[in-house]
Design a protein around this ligand. Structure first.
Ligand SMILES: *Cc1c(COP(=O)(O)O)cnc(C)c1O
Length: 408
């Protein structure tokens, strides 16, 4: 079969799944629009500020709009948060105190958080005598029995859930699955704070983790909620008392979110948030297309035409390291920016393995834009995500498959 036919038949096969993605995007678009209208967003909200940033209306209102959309009491959305890792770190350090326990119930945390939690001598949670435990997933789902047994013995201060798959071979959690585990935890340990790493999960479903019973969640503005337009930043949303403590950690105890100026303008944050439901849908359709086509070609993939879709990532298990590297390099060649450079596996801050990252993006490293990355370790899985337009992703899959055919 030639590539064009393969893509056409795959698109037909995915028609119903695409329709369901578009229905969710519609619901989320209206949700976002209404939040803008209710908060009476106007030009003045886009204007930059300097110095302390007292009464920065752009910053404060952006946070209110975010809180409305995520059905949370309070939010922090800030260009001063450097990344998703930073946002999650603020969430952990804002709420945990010496001798507390942090329990992850979704197995290992994301690679860059390992250092934040466990490494010695760099100001990690461990250095502050905060204990860390984890419960592995069981067949890709929460291990309910193990969670019950753990909580029977002691209630941890915080239970941590990573919604998205990270660099592991599993599916992301749906908000329904998160709801089920949250209600169990709330029944047994009502005081335990449930914190969610929401990276890549925003706008994938018509509800968000706070509606599922989480107390707080955090994510990156150069992933889904920035809509490909926000230039940097992170966010935290949740219960007012929790988010307030995180604010004290972000700036200074007692000062919190009253300060923080931004000398560029806030328009890209508002505009990006407005675009986010649509852009997320483009990325979701792209992930499905890649996953289904590579499945047809005999690779193990997630998602594909018969698996659930709960984050914007597509995982493809390659046969060897070379295939993986070739794939990432091809993705780079079809990028709008830096298409002429070749990515190689390299040491990256916060990662324990070498990582290859194809990201020919307008915003450096923005993974809501078409990008592919992978730690160089077995099994050789490429994690592809993003795409500001479905058409771009479709062109990318054409080129990747062409290359694969040529090599074999
Ligand atoms: C992207 C990501 C993070 C944070 O990564 P940054 O590169 O620091 O933004 C954390 N957890 C998960 C699951 C992620 O996908």
């Amino acid at each position: 079969m030639d590539i064009e036919t393969l893509i056409n038949t795959t698109e037909n096969k995915l028609a119903e799944k695409y329709a369901s993605i578009e229905r969710i995007a519609y619901i989320n678009q209206i949700k976002v629009l209404q939040a803008f209208q209710n908060r009476k967003i106007a030009l003045r909200h886009f204007t930059p500020t300097t110095g302390y940033g007292y009464d920065d209306v752009g910053r404060d209102t952006l946070s209110e709009v975010f809180a409305d959309i995520f059905k949370a009491e309070k939010a922090i959305v800030s260009p001063l948060i450097t990344s998703g890792t930073h946002a999650i770190t603020l969430m952990l350090f804002g709420l945990l105190r010496p001798n507390d326990t942090l329990l992850s119930i979704s197995g290992d945390v994301y690679d860059t958080l390992q250092g934040v939690i466990c490494d010695k001598g760099i100001g990690s949670l461990k250095d502050f005598n905060i204990k860390y435990d984890k419960i592995e997933l069981k067949n890709g789902d929460f291990d309910f029995n193990a969670i019950v047994e753990y909580i029977k013995k002691t209630s941890p201060k915080m239970i941590f859930i990573q919604r998205s798959r990270g660099y592991s071979w599993r599916n992301a959690f749906s908000t329904e699955e998160i709801k089920k585990v949250c209600s169990l935890i709330k029944q047994m340990a009502p005081k335990t704070i449930i914190a969610v790493d929401n990276c890549y999960g925003e706008f994938v479903s018509d509800s968000e983790p706070i509606e599922s019973g989480a107390d707080i969640c955090a994510g990156s503005m150069i992933k889904n909620p920035g809509g490909g337009i926000a230039p940097t930043g992170g966010y935290i949303v949740g219960r007012a008392d929790c988010v307030e403590l995180v604010g004290y950690r972000m700036t200074a105890p007692g000062v919190g979110t009253e300060v923080g100026s931004y000398a560029a303008d806030y328009r890209p944050y508002y505009q990006g948030l407005f675009m986010a439901p649509h852009i997320t849908a483009q990325a979701l359709k792209g992930a499905l297309l890649f996953g289904t086509i590579y499945k047809e070609l005999g690779y193990e993939t997630m998602p594909n035409d018969n698996s659930p879709l709960n984050d914007i990532i597509c995982s493809i298990k390659f046969k060897n390291k070379n295939e993986l590297i070739n794939f990432c390099q091809t993705v780079q060649t079809v990028s709008p920016v830096d298409s002429h450079v070749t990515p190689y596996p390299w040491d990256m801050p916060g990662y324990s393995h070498q990582v290859i990252m194809a990201a020919g993006t307008f915003v450096q490293g923005a993974s809501i834009e078409l990008s592919a990355d992978s730690p160089i370790r077995e099994p050789y899985i490429a994690y592809l995500q993003g795409g500001l337009t479905y058409e771009h992703v479709k062109y990318a899959v054409t080129k990747c498959v062409e290359n694969l055919f040529r090599k074999n």
